[in-house]
Design a protein around this ligand. Sequence first.
Ligand code: DAH
Length: 352
Amino acid sequence: MLDKLSEIEKTALESLAHVRDETSLESWRVAHLGRSSPLMTWFSDLGDLSKDERPSAGQAANRVKSSLESAMQQRQIEIKSAVLARSLEEEKLDVTLPGRSIQRGRLHPSTQQLRRVLSILADMGFQVYLSPEVETDEMNFQLLNFPPHHPAREMQDSLYLEAAGRGENPILLRTHTSPGQIRAMREFAATNPTQPPPIRIALPGMCFRHEQITARTEIQFNQVEGLVVGEHITFADLKGTLTDFAHRMFGQQARTRFRASYFPFTEPSAEMDMECFVCGGKGCPVCKQSGWLEILGCGMVHPLVLQNGGYDPRRYTGYAWGMGPERQLMLRYKIEDIRYFWGNDVRFLEQF
Ligand code: DAH
């Protein structure tokens, strides 16, 4: 009886010596420790033995079982370390090689500039106000004092979304951020129609024009509009604020000048120039020999525009401006072609 048991053990251990991987180890387990293995059958046959024989036979069987189990565990450890040794040998890794650097993303130069502008304006007490990129003709033009067929519309070739069927008020992609002035004034005025609160906001965002795409003109570009409305706001506030902005943006040495201009929604209107930072004002091809670079359009908010926004022009005055972050970058870094901004060329984008 016990001979048979040691025969079972011997056979199992011999067969285990040939096992080389996890799959055959599992088949071995099923064959030698599984339910219908000789050892387990032996256990179920214990019942046939006499009462005296049973305890010692049972003990012997248990001993064999644990001997097989520990042999199997031992084999498993050996297989694992053999697999590891083989893969270390086959996939040699030189840990002294320099690591591969991680490619870091970055913000688009326009976004960076937009944020610089907004952070300076935030320091100066301006809040950001966002308004839609898709506008009505009424918001984009009419309420800003561009009646239908007004010649000033010529300056802003527009992308209409529904040319037909909207009569006098078709939908278009905004040609400038100025319609945000009306939306903001109306929203502020709604909070207290008899005495609307003062406003000091910056309106950033993408604008669209039906332009031929060339080195100097694009169909999309960003603007940052500014709007200040309140009692006793004067042209001196406009000049002071924008000059201070130019110093914060381009340095204390930056010289500026204001030049009379025309916009339908401001009266009087002006353009702010900066002394050319390429030639220092002497005259060069960048400033077209004038010594000055145009940086933004501005003016005192037209009484009709105030009224359209719900602010009584007999009581309130205000100033506004519009400037272009891409244009600022082009001037600052002498970028000669505006198409780089939306060209998606990393060689350009990586420089910022
Ligand atoms: N909206 C004008 C444009 O896109 C820029 C501008 C000029 C905005 C004067 C203003 C302003 O708010 O006062 O050409």
